[in-house]
Design a protein around this ligand. Structure first.
Ligand code: C6P
Length: 411
């Protein structure tokens, strides 16, 4: 039973050992959680405990520590399933990350179901991980890619949706843009896609860490996310999919653990979810993700979202006061998740990120793996500040101070 806990960012910080570090003699101000979140001690300890006390290959041994490893790994799967309200843990496939989860769908579902002349609908705000796999599939199968455009506020032009969905085989889109912060209305979009007969894949890399996600309520077909952006370790991600779809799909990778019976020239497949998990899994990482889910669950994802909404609202107000700044993405904090992109005249984002690093502030500069979106915005790069449960409004003020200092250097 997880005890409910208030989300007090100051108190939360004590859970994250890295946040006591000094960078260039200043306290670390970590504003790059969209790239990867920091890890609380409970996650680090859970992984350490596995390696120290019951490191063994799961699903194979009948001896005690292998059974303990299996139980811990499968219990993590159960907790992840509960966290996203999956109907069953059998629908939760562990992958390396979001990118691998999407590629699993590309190979396993895409090669069988997407045919020459079929259309795949994406959006202009997709991360390369939800674009390049579909480019490759389209080239391979002779399918065509189409795109939902965004408006100048960074919102999808949903008035185009019904028209663009006609005859579409797959709609693949992000729940929350890593660059613009835009939160897309997935439930309504998925309903429209279902009416048009399209299968829906959602890239939830920036959503599951930051807001309540209920895959049954969203009524989508595939949902992908990464452990490392939600207080968990790198090397573990999730593909959730409807059970019937997973049952109908051929395996992704072949090897140990994904089989039921192997003969010299043929094999039959293991039950779900193991049919899609070939080879020794990332056991410590799975256990770490389970601990991360427990950690986030004490706050409840409504509180996580509400904390970030407050930070974004405050940050947009303060950043807007900086002369010459351009902010990207929606102004309404209700539909703007915890990532804000901006540019300044005469300072390249990389120079800005380097200068604020001297103040201990970590922000990301670049194209954020969304080059087509950069083309749409007409810039080569932006600076991005992204927030999480451990960030405080004081850090927004420090960022603004750091930017003003950098502007003086370039004046
Ligand atoms: N975005 C960022 O700084 P992986 O690398 O597989 O864990 O996640 C890929 C990915 C997919 N979709 C979205 C919306 C994402 O934001 C990311 C990762 C990081 O924005 C690293 S580029």
């Amino acid at each position: 039973m997880i005890q409910a806990r208030a989300l007090n960012a100051q108190a939360v910080r004590a859970d994250f050992p890295i946040l006591s570090r000094q960078i260039h003699g200043k306290p670390l101000v970590y504003l790059d959680s969209a790239a990867t979140s920091q890890k609380p001690a409970v996650v680090i300890d859970a992984m350490d405990d596995y390696y120290r006390r019951y490191n063994a290959n799961p699903h194979r041994g009948v001896y005690t520590i292998s059974e303990e490893a299996t139980a811990a790994y499968e219990s993590a799967r159960q907790r992840v399933a509960t966290f996203i309200n999956a109907a069953s843990p059998k629908e939760v496939i562990f992958t390396r990350n979001t990118t691998e989860a999407i590629n699993l769908v590309r190979y396993s579902w895409g090669r069988v179901n997407v045919r020459s002349g079929d259309r795949i609908l994406l959006t202009e705000m997709e991360h390369h991980s939800n674009l390049v796999p579909w480019q490759l599939l389209a080239q391979e199968q002779g399918a065509r890619l189409e795109f939902l455009c965004i408006d100048d506020d960074g919102l999808l032009q949903l008035d185009q949706l019904e028209r663009k969905l006609a005859g579409v085989r797959l709609l693949a889109l992000t729940h929350q843009s890593n660059t613009l912060g835009t939160i897309n209305p997935i439930k309504a979009i998925a309903a429209a896609a279902r009416r048009a007969g399209a299968v829906v894949l959602v890239d939830g890399a920036q959503a599951v860490p930051h807001m309540p996600v209920d895959v049954q309520d969203l009524d989508v077909d595939f949902y992908a996310f990464s452990g490392h952006k939600m207080c968990g370790p790198t090397g573990i991600g999730v593909l959730w999919a409807r059970r019937a779809l997973l049952e109908s799909m051929p395996p992704f990778l072949g090897g140990g653990d994904m089989i039921k019976r192997v003969k010299l020239n043929e094999a039959t497949w293991n039950d779900l979810p193991w049919k899609f998990e070939a080879g020794t899994p990332s056991v410590a990482e799975g256990i770490g993700l389970g601990a991360a889910v427990d950690y986030l669950s004490q706050f409840g994802m409504e509180r996580v979202r509400s904390h970030e909404r407050t930070l974004v609202d405050y940050a947009m107000e303060k950043l807007q006061e900086i002369p010459g700044i351009t902010l990207y993405g929606p102004r309404d904090p209700e539909i703007h998740g915890g990532a804000i992109s901006f540019t300044l005249p005469n300072i390249h984002p990389h120079d800005l990120a380097t200068l604020v690093d001297r103040e201990g502030i970590a922000v990301r500069a670049g194209h954020h793996c969304t080059q087509p979106l950069m083309d749409r915005l007409g810039v080569p790069a932006t600076t991005r500040a992204s927030f999480y449960i451990y960030n405080r409004v004081e850090e927004v003020d420090q960022l603004v101070g750091g930017i003003q200092k950098a502007q003086k250097v370039f004046a």
